[in-house]
Design a protein around this ligand. Structure first.
Ligand code: PEP
Length: 254
């Protein structure tokens, strides 16, 4: 059975102290008001806060993820952090291939495939992001782009790797812009991705992989999006920085 998942990507926001405060607030509303155990909750703070926040969420069921990692376990890679280090700090998940990493740090499908392998080998669950730009959508080339992101990005992985793989479809034109893909537009792409997974890994795996939607998800549109057959939750940017909004999105599953 695939899981419903709501993951918050805090990006380069919040100092350690601010991250601790937000976590305590999220933990508080979840303890007081959570009406459903229908959704897994993941928060992805700055690397500097992972160790501390992993302790703060103990016993709450909230999982902690990183936003990126290097593909080597250690070595002369100044400024980088390995998947092994993230696990040692308490992370259970890592986001790989966010469009901001693809766009600003030139990460391509081949590199992302290496990062995924390293993350899985370290024991992390991977949230792998795919999605097209506005220009790709408008020129109707987005199907090919997404297909390449899935097939090249998942190259070399086997069925058991896919048990620790979550896909996030995030149209770049909808990230942080306030423009959301309509529920039908998102569903169409999610079904396409599930079909690609079916072709590559078989029906059982395709059915079990959670596919999240990301791109301006807010409390007032989450329910409609999450109600779609192939949308299993959301990767949330801006709205995950406010405990109440993030929680109200989680409650779309209640
Ligand atoms: C994201 O960055 O993954 C994201 C979906 O951002 P936002 O919710 O702010 O559009």
């Amino acid at each position: 059975m695939r899981k419903n998942i709501v993951a918050g990507n805090w990006k380069m926001h919040k100092t350690l102290t601010e991250s601790q405060a937000l976590t305590t607030e999220i933990r508080g509303v979840i303890r007081d008001e959570f009406r459903s155990n229908n959704a897994e909750i993941i928060i992805c703070p700055t690397n500097l806060a992972i160790a501390s926040i992993s302790k703060l969420v103990e016993g709450s069921g909230i999982k902690v993820g990183a936003q990126n990692c290097h593909f080597e376990t250690q070595g002369a890679f100044t400024g980088e952090v390995s998947a092994t280090m993230l696990v040692a700090a308490g992370a259970t998940h890592v986001i790989i291939g966010h469009s901001e990493r693809r766009q600003y740090f030139n990460e391509n499908n081949e590199l992302l495939s290496k990062k995924k392998k390293a993350s899985l080998a370290a024991g992390l669950t991977v949230l792998y992001c795919v999605g097209e730009t506005l220009q790709e959508r408008e020129s109707d080339t987005h199907w090919g782009i997404i297909e390449a992101q899935i097939t090249e990005g998942l190259a070399g992985l086997n069925s058991s790797d896919m048990e620790r793989m979550i896909i996030a479809y995030e149209p770049v034109w909808a990230i942080g812009t306030g423009k959301t893909a309509s529920a039908d537009q998102a569903q169409e792409v999610h079904a396409f991705i599930r079909n690609l997974l079916d072709t590559r890994f078989g029906a059982a795996i395709a059915e079990n992989v959670s596919i999240l939607y990301g791109g301006s998800v807010k409390p007032d549109n989450a329910k409609e999006l999450f109600a779609m057959k192939d949308i299993d939750g959301g990767l949330i940017g801006g709205a995950s920085l406010k405990a109440r909004d993030f929680f109200d999105i989680v409650q779309a599953f209640a």
